[in-house]
Design a protein around this ligand. Structure first.
Ligand code: UDP
Length: 330
């Protein structure tokens, strides 16, 4: 595995969990983050360079000054709804950031990158579970920015020898099992945090976005993967690139689906509290079911999600949303 790693977005949710895993593996993460969404106090395992990705001079200096050998690129805007209402902002930030980052890497001779892609690049799937060979037809600007970034990686491979692993996350969830870092989004839009907040009496009842989907209980099904598993997958991807491995694009999921009602049941079970909820309209752009075929990552990286029990995932997240760790039933 390369030694010196630049972690863009390392102050964010998944990025900070990766930094902890990287430090555990004996490396020092150099975090590059503009703190627009991340938190400086989540950067605990190495230096923080507070700068924007679109600042090419700052990026080149970061790569050169720290002798960076590989980049793990998390930094991006990642709210689907916001991407629909503010599309240029998403293209500017996510594509502008990637163009700037690849330019700086080419200039400084850094030729390995692990990229945060998304199952949003698939859009509404034609078949389940979703394999990497499925058509990529995103249905919102966020997903489109991630897909174009994947294309940029492929073009940079041809153009100047970049090697990359694009990791298509399904639903990142949970928090550091040791409780050191967690999920803190503002505004919070994700199901597990909102259900936990509703159970602790914060923020009003959970709005269930649609109970008339063609699924067994009528609510949407997603593949929730523990953030610590995601972090470990990035280490394996870096190891693959460091050993001279070829470019890859891989799903990261568990292969198991959970419905909104399953999540609500798990939150009630783990916290011992009811989850006040109201049925609401469907949310625009929500496919009924997204579940990964996770086998290619297992075959090519040796990665398999380990913390697949939904109650375990919810229990790790719960202390960050008003539930005392000792009171959890898991
Ligand atoms: N969801 C919901 N109420 C909420 C937030 C989410 O019913 O307040 C549903 C949402 O429609 C989707 C699932 O929960 O079916 C997961 O949504 P989330 O925003 O966590 O992740 P996404 O799948 O959109 O990336």
């Amino acid at each position: 595995m390369p030694q010196r790693i630049l972690v863009t977005g390392g102050a964010g949710y998944i990025g900070s969990h990766f930094c902890k895993a990287l430090a555990r593996a004996g490396r020092v993460p150099v975090v590059y983050d503009n703190l627009s969404r991340g938190h400086a106090d989540a950067v605990k395992w190495g230096p923080l360079i507070e700068a924007d990705l679109r600042d090419g001079a700052a990026l080149r200096a970061a790569l050169a000054d720290h002798g960076i050998e590989a980049v793990v690129h998390f930094a991006a805007l990642a709210y689907v709804g916001e991407s629909v209402t503010e599309p240029q902002r998403y293209y500017d930030n996510n594509l502008g950031g990637m163009i700037s980052l690849l330019g700086a890497m080419e200039a400084e001779g850094v030729r390995q990158i692990v990229f945060s892609s998304s199952c949003a690049t698939y859009g509404t799937p034609e078949a389940l579970p979703i394999a990497e060979t499925a058509p990529q037809a995103p249905i919102n600007p966020y997903g489109r920015t991630k897909l174009v970034c994947e294309w940029m990686l492929r073009d940079a491979a041809v153009g100047w020898g970049l090697r990359s692993v694009a990791l298509r996350y399904f639903n990142a969830a949970g928090a550091d099992p040791e409780g050191e870092i967690g999920e803190r989004h503002a505004p919070e839009t994700h199901l597990i945090p909102l259900a936990l907040m509703a159970a602790s009496g914060q923020g009003g009842p959970l709005r269930v976005f649609g109970a008339d989907y063609p699924t067994p209980d009528g609510t949407c099904i997603r593949d929730y993967i523990h953030v610590a598993d995601l972090a470990r997958a990035h280490l394996l991807a870096l190891g693959h690139l460091g050993a001279g491995g070829e470019s890859l694009a891989l799903n990261l999921g568990t292969g198991q689906g959970a419905s909104v009602r399953d999540v609500v049941g798990s939150v009630a079970q783990v916290t011992g509290r009811g989850v006040p909820m109201i049925l609401d309209e469907r949310r625009a752009g929500d496919p009924a079911e997204l579940v990964a075929d996770p086998h290619l990552a297992e075959k090519l990286l040796g990665f398999r999600a380990e913390i697949t029990d939904l109650d375990r995932i919810v229990a790790d997240a719960a202390p960050w949303f008003g539930h005392p760790r000792g009171g959890l039933r898991c």
